[in-house]
Design a protein around this ligand. Structure first.
Ligand code: ZN
Length: 184
């Protein structure tokens, strides 16, 4: 990440909106924003493979569900936050990953300029690719600041997205089971 470019861009941005980047309160802002970017866009230099390559063999192939994985991302259209919860289920085909790796995978794709639909698909495809399970289902519920603090201003409204792969895509009973387990 080129933090010099970020600092320069923030100074220009402040000037652009009519601020004085030299006033006391803003002096260190370019630096703060640059450091923040390394964290909130840190997923750009990351690959889900590093989290999903360590796997364990299992004898039973029952559904694994990790729900309420809190995430924060940035909408690529407005560079405003969107945040909420991801729910991930998969039915293994002899191999599983550590539960924390599912949350790590969410972070890899959330910490970059993003849209919710793509975030959902990227998580599902990464699990599908690296664990090769019988099926994967990802559901994300999120609130978008670009919908609440600007534009249509509908605080509390949630956007819900799904992605299903393998047996979850083919078998509606499996999708129903996922929904039931989310409510439990
Ligand atoms: Zn937006």
């Amino acid at each position: 990440m080129d933090t010099n470019k970020i600092r320069e861009a923030v100074r220009l941005f402040l000037e652009g909106i009519g601020e004085d980047p030299q006033r006391e309160g803003l002096l260190e802002t370019p630096d703060r924003v640059a450091r923040m970017c390394e964290e909130i866009y840190g997923g750009l230099g990351n690959d889900a493979a590093e989290h999903l390559s360590k796997q364990f063999t299992v004898g039973n192939n029952e559904m694994v569900l990790e729900k309420d994985i809190t995430f924060y991302s940035t909408c690529e259209h407005h560079l405003l936050p969107f945040y909420g919860k991801a729910h991930i289920a998969y039915i293994p085909d002899g191999r599983v990953v550590g539960l924390s790796k599912l949350a790590r995978t969410v972070e890899v794709y959330a910490r970059r300029p993003q849209i919710q639909e793509q975030l959902t698909v990227q998580i599902a495809d990464a699990l599908d690719k690296f664990i090769s399970p019988r099926g994967v289902m990802v559901m994300i519920e999120a609130e978008h600041m670009c919908m609440t603090m600007r534009g249509v201003k509908k605080p509390g409204s949630k956007t819900v997205t799904f992605a299903a792969r393998g047996c979850f895509a083919e078998d509606h009973e499996k999708q129903k089971m996922f929904m039931e387990m989310l409510k439990a």
